[in-house]
Design a protein around this ligand. Structure first.
Ligand code: HEC
Ligand code: HEC
Ligand code: HEC
Length: 443
C-alpha cells in the first residue's frame, strides 16, 4: 500500500516536473523568438531594464514611445490573455482596443504561427522580469493622435494570413521564408513603399530609403542586388556583418546583426540565406552607373603635386591611415575600391558612415566624423570617393549632408515610426476630403 502510494507520488512528481520542463522549453523557445524578432531593439531603452519600454521613437511629428512589455500588471502586459497578446502582435490592437502605430512591426508579425505566438507569450509572461514603471504616454498632435485612422490603413494594407509554407520548396527555404517575412522583418526596411507607405508587393526587397540610411536591393538581381553572392558570403554577412564581397554592415543593418541575427542558430542563418538568394530578381529604382575610373595611383601623384581636389586632401588627412592611401584597405580594414557602399543609387550610406562611424559590438571600428567635418567637407569627401572609387554618377551636396545629419537618428530602425504616421496623415486627409465631398453633394 505505502509502496504503491509512494509510486503514485513519484509518478505525480515525475509528471509535474515533466510539465515544468515543457513550460521551461516553451519559455526558452519564446526567448529565442524574441531575439529573432529583435523586440529589444525598440522595447529596451538604452541602459534601461529589459523590455520596460520608454524608448522614444523620434518622428517629424512627435515621438512614439515603445510600450513596457514586461509582465508587470500595473505598467506592462502582465495579466494579458494569450489572445490579447496575439491581437497586439499580429493585428496591432492593444488590450483596451486602441490601435497601435505600425512603428510596432505588426504587419510583419501578422504571419506568425499560433505556436510561435504561444511561445513568445510564455516568455513575456514568465521569462521576463516585471518592471512596474510605466512607459511615458505618446502625445502626438492632431490629426496624428487619432489612432483609429490606423483601422482604415489596416483594412487597406494589413495582410492577416498566417505564413503558409510552399510545399514545392525545401524545409530550409520555408524556414528562411518564414523568418524573413515575419520575425526578422527584412521587408520592413528593404522593400520600397507606395504613396500610402505600404510595402509594394511587386517589388519585395528591391531597396528602399529609411530616411537616412538606404537599405539596398537584396533580390537575386546580379547587377543591382546580391545575385552574385554565394551562400557562404550571405551567411557570413548575416551573422557577422562582413562578407568578403565588398559589403560590410553599418547603421541599422549592423544593429540588426549585433542584437538579433548574430545570436541565431547557424541553421536559421543558413535557412535565411537559402530563401533570400532565391528571391526573384528585381532592379528596383537603382541603376548603378560606371565604377569610378580615376586610378588610385593618380590620386597619390595629384596629392604630391598639390593638384589634388579638396576631397582628396580630406581623404588623405582623415581616412587614408585605415583605408590606405590608394583606397585598397588592408590589415583587416575594408578597401574602398570596389566597396558596395559607393555603388548604391544614393551616396547616403557613405555619408551616414562618415557621420556616425561603424561601431560593431566586436571587431574593428570606424570613428564618427560628425563633429570633425562640416557639411561642405563631408560632401566634398564623399563626392571624391564616389568619383575615385565608386559610381561617379552619384554626387552629394552639402544640403543633403545637412539633411542626413538632422534626420540622423541613432537607429534607422526607429525612423520607421514615420511610416505609420505619414500613412495615417494621408488617410485622414482622404477621409476629410471624402466627407466634405459627401457633405457638399447632400447640401
Ligand atoms: C521597430 C520597433 C519595434 C519592434 C522591433 C517591436 N516593437 Fe512592440 N511596439 C513598438 C512600439 C513603438 C509600440 C507602441 C506603439 C503605439 O503606441 O502605437 C509597441 C507596442 C507593443 C505592444 C502593445 C503594448 C500595449 O500596451 O499596447 C506589444 C504587446 C508589443 N509591442 C510586443 C512586441 C514584441 C513581442 C516584439 C518582438 C517580437 C515587438 N513588440 C517588437 C515598437 C516595436
Ligand atoms: C532595420 C532595417 C533593416 C532590417 C530589419 C534589415 N536590413 Fe538589411 N540592410 C539595411 C541597411 C540600412 C543596409 C545597408 C548597410 C550598409 O550599407 O552599411 C542593409 C544591408 C543588407 C545587405 C547587404 C547588401 C549589399 O549589397 O551590400 C544584406 C545582404 C541585407 N541587408 C540582408 C538583410 C536580411 C536578409 C534581412 C532580414 C533577415 C535584413 N537585411 C534586415 C537595413 C535593414
Ligand atoms: C580607425 C580606422 C578607420 C578610419 C580612420 C576610417 N575608417 Fe572607414 N571603416 C573602418 C572600419 C573598421 C569599417 C567597417 C569594416 C567592417 O565592418 O568590416 C569602415 C567602413 C567604411 C565604409 C563602408 C561602410 C558601410 O557601411 O558599408 C566606408 C564607405 C568608409 N569606411 C569610409 C571612410 C571614410 C570616408 C573615412 C574618412 C573620413 C574613413 N572611412 C575613416 C575603419 C576606418
Amino acid at each position: 500500500m505505502t509502496r504503491s502510494l509512494s509510486l503514485l507520488a513519484l509518478g505525480l512528481l515525475g509528471g509535474l516536473s515533466a510539465g515544468a520542463a515543457q513550460a521551461d522549453d516553451l519559455v526558452a523557445r519564446g526567448a529565442y523568438l524574441a531575439t529573432a524578432g529583435d523586440c529589444a531593439a525598440c522595447h529596451t531603452a538604452d541602459g534601461g531594464p529589459a523590455f520596460a519600454g520608454g524608448k522614444a521613437i523620434a518622428t517629424p511629428i512627435g515621438a512614439i514611445i515603445a510600450s513596457n512589455i514586461t509582465p508587470s500588471t500595473s505598467a506592462g502586459i502582465g495579466g494579458w490573455s494569450e489572445a490579447e497578446f496575439a491581437r497586439a502582435l499580429r493585428r496591432g490592437v492593444s488590450r483596451d482596443g486602441h490601435n497601435l502605430y505600425p512603428a510596432m512591426p505588426y504587419t510583419a508579425y501578422a504571419g506568425l504561427t499560433d505556436a510561435d505566438v504561444k511561445a513568445l507569450y510564455a516568455y513575456f509572461e514568465k521569462g521576463v522580469q516585471p518592471v512596474d514603471d510605466p512607459a511615458p504616454a505618446t502625445h502626438l498632435p492632431f490629426p496624428f493622435s487619432v489612432r483609429a485612422s490606423m483601422k482604415i490603413w489596416n483594412l487597406l494594407f494589413l495582410k492577416t494570413a498566417t505564413f503558409a509554407p510552399d510545399p514545392a520548396q525545401s524545409e530550409a527555404w520555408n524556414r528562411g521564408a518564414y523568418l524573413a517575412q515575419t520575425l526578422a522583418h527584412c521587408a520592413t526596411c528593404h522593400t520600397p513603399r507606395n504613396a500610402l507607405m505600404a510595402e509594394k508587393g511587386g517589388e519585395a526587397l528591391a531597396g528602399a530609403s529609411l530616411g537616412t540610411w538606404y537599405a539596398p536591393n537584396i533580390t537575386s538581381d546580379s547587377t543591382h542586388g546580391i545575385g552574385g553572392w554565394s551562400q557562404e558570403a550571405l551567411e557570413a554577412y548575416l551573422s557577422t556583418g562582413r562578407s568578403g564581397t565588398g559589403s560590410q554592415a553599418g547603421g541599422p543593418m549592423l544593429e540588426a546583426i549585433d542584437k538579433s541575427l548574430s545570436k541565431l542558430d547557424p541553421k536559421d542563418i543558413a535557412a535565411l540565406a537559402t530563401y533570400i538568394r532565391d528571391v526573384p530578381a528585381r532592379s528596383g529604382d537603382a541603376a548603378p552607373g560606371q565604377t569610378g575610373k580615376v586610378a588610385a595611383k593618380d590620386m597619390d601623384v595629384a596629392l604630391r603635386t598639390g593638384a589634388a581636389p579638396a576631397g582628396a586632401v580630406l581623404y588623405d588627412q582623415h581616412c587614408a591611415t585605415c583605408h590606405g592611401a590608394s583606397g585598397t584597405g588592408g590589415h583587416g580594414l575594408p578597401a574602398l575600391v570596389g566597396n558596395r557602399a559607393l555603388q548604391r543609387p544614393t551616396a547616403d550610406n557613405a555619408v551616414m558612415t562618415v557621420l556616425e562611424g561603424v561601431l560593431p559590438e566586436s571587431g574593428q571600428a570606424m570613428p564618427a566624423f560628425a563633429s570633425k567635418l562640416d557639411d561642405g567637407q563631408v560632401a566634398q569627401l564623399v563626392t571624391y570617393l564616389q568619383e575615385g572609387f565608386g559610381d561617379a554618377g552619384v554626387k552629394v551636396t552639402p544640403e543633403r549632408v545637412a539633411q542626413l545629419r538632422a534626420g540622423g537618428a541613432p537607429s534607422g530602425l526607429l525612423k520607421l515610426a514615420q511610416v505609420g504616421l505619414i500613412a495615417a496623415a494621408v488617410v485622414l486627409v482622404l477621409l476629410i476630403l471624402a466627407a466634405l465631398l459627401l457633405w457638399r453633394r447632400r447640401a
